[in-house]
Design a protein around this ligand. Structure first.
Ligand code: NAG
Ligand code: NAG
Ligand code: NAG
Ligand code: NAG
Ligand code: NAG
Ligand code: NAG
Length: 319
């Protein structure tokens, strides 16, 4: 695991010496604009939406990483919420929400309902109340392009992964912010790092149920991969074989909590079925550090499969 530390310290230097790169530290994951939900521009929905997203942004650094607000009346009422990753600093959270707020307008213009995910935050809004409701759809699956490989024991990896996830679920559901992170032995050759998180406006039992559902998505989503990310509006999980979150004992650096900078990855909807209620995703992330390239392949995530099995599971996961 030494090389992970090297990678982090190299990336950290990059941030120190290159503020421009640090400014784009939020990795885009995916977004969904709800079908058939466009508003008319002469309604008061767009200005309510503007006001809602502005308030969310204003309050992002004051909150505990979660905020919800509603603006407007009747059919033009807007409900919106955001969630930042549990290990994120208020300042970083605020910057992520700023990015998300701008991007969601661009990616879902004139939509009454949309959601966008980054590695460190999620933002969603709708014309219906989305507060305190558990929603496990739509769902996005992303996976690390790198295979676990035949050289190591995949069964051991998988059972340790599930063990870690179940531990994290228990911890998250009994925590105040519904977030947990931790690591465990993967195999003799690697460790597994994981995070699980729910929006804190649902109940602990709903959080537990939502997260357990995401863990049961792993075999379909990310089987044989060294990393995976399953996203739904109410909960999400992620695992990698490198420490992608802020390690708890390490005090935060004074400026903020930098993460390894990467250019924005691209995403595709491989099936071309834009109306499907759940998606599988191409996700590419290119490390900027030359050292990282030595240790990781150039692309982290990508859409790999053409397997009907996965498509079927994806469809079953929707709705
Ligand atoms: C969306 O609208 C199109 C045409 O207006 C319609 O064919 C389709 O069934 C609608 N989809 C949903 C989910 O309502
Ligand atoms: C939200 O907008 C959609 C699409 O215009 C509409 O069908 C639905 O009834 C609206 N929901 C509420 C609660 O106003
Ligand atoms: C918006 O404009 C359309 C036609 O352009 C009109 O039919 C509709 O009544 C208008 N809505 C409002 C709220 O003014
Ligand atoms: C929303 O805010 C942006 C600037 O932040 C502005 O350009 C746009 O006109 C506003 N839209 C509405 C409907 O208020
Ligand atoms: C944001 O802060 C303002 C004033 O501090 C408060 O009135 C408002 O309710 C807050 N909104 C949210 C979404 O927390
Ligand atoms: C993790 O692996 C190390 C070295 O292989 C071993 O000593 C340790 O007992 C393992 N820990 C667990 C919890 O399996």
């Amino acid at each position: 695991m030494d090389y992970f530390l090297i990678w982090l310290s190299v990336s950290y230097s990059v941030i120190l010496y290159s503020p421009l790169i640090a400014a784009q530290q939020f990795e885009y994951r995916y977004h969904i604009c709800t079908d058939n939900s466009t508003y008319t521009v002469n309604s008061s929905f767009p200005s309510n939406l503007n006001a809602t997203l502005s308030s969310l942004y204003e309050n992002a650094s004051r909150s505990d990483g979660f905020g919800s607000i509603s603006v407007g009346k009747n059919s033009d009422r807007v409900f919106a919420l955001f969630l930042c990753r549990g290990d994120d600093s208020p300042e970083s959270c605020r910057r992520c929400i700023k990015t998300a707020r701008e991007e969601i307008k661009i990616r879902c213009p004139n939509y009454k309902e949309a959601i966008i995910w980054y590695d460190r935050c999620m933002l969603r809004y709708s014309n219906r109340s989305i507060f305190s409701v558990t929603e496990e759809s739509p769902k996005a699956w992303l996976w690390n392009m790198n295979d676990i490989g035949n050289a190591i024991d995949q069964n051991q990896f998988n059972s340790n992964l599930v063990g870690l996830m179940n531990q994290l679920i228990t911890r998250a559901a009994s925590s105040s912010n519904f977030f947990a992170m931790g690591d465990t032995n993967g195999t003799a050759y690697n460790r597994i790092y994981g995070t699980v998180q729910c929006t804190p406006d649902i109940s602990p039992s709903e959080c537990r149920k939502c997260l357990s559902g995401r863990v049961s998505d792993i075999p379909s989503c990310c089987s044989g991969k060294v990393g995976g990310n399953v996203l739904t509006p109410s909960c999400s999980i992620r695992f990698e074989t490198y420490p992608f979150y802020t390690a708890p004992p390490a005090p935060l650096p004074p400026a903020s909590s930098p993460s390894p900078p990467t250019p924005p990855p691209t995403s595709l909807n491989p099936s071309g079925e834009r109306k499907a209620s759940s998606r599988t995703v191409l996700y590419i992330s290119v490390p900027t550090s030359a050292f990282a390239v030595l240790f990781f392949s150039i692309c982290y995530y990508c859409y790999v499969h053409k397997k009907a099995k996965k498509e079927n599971s994806a469809m079953k996961g929707g709705n």
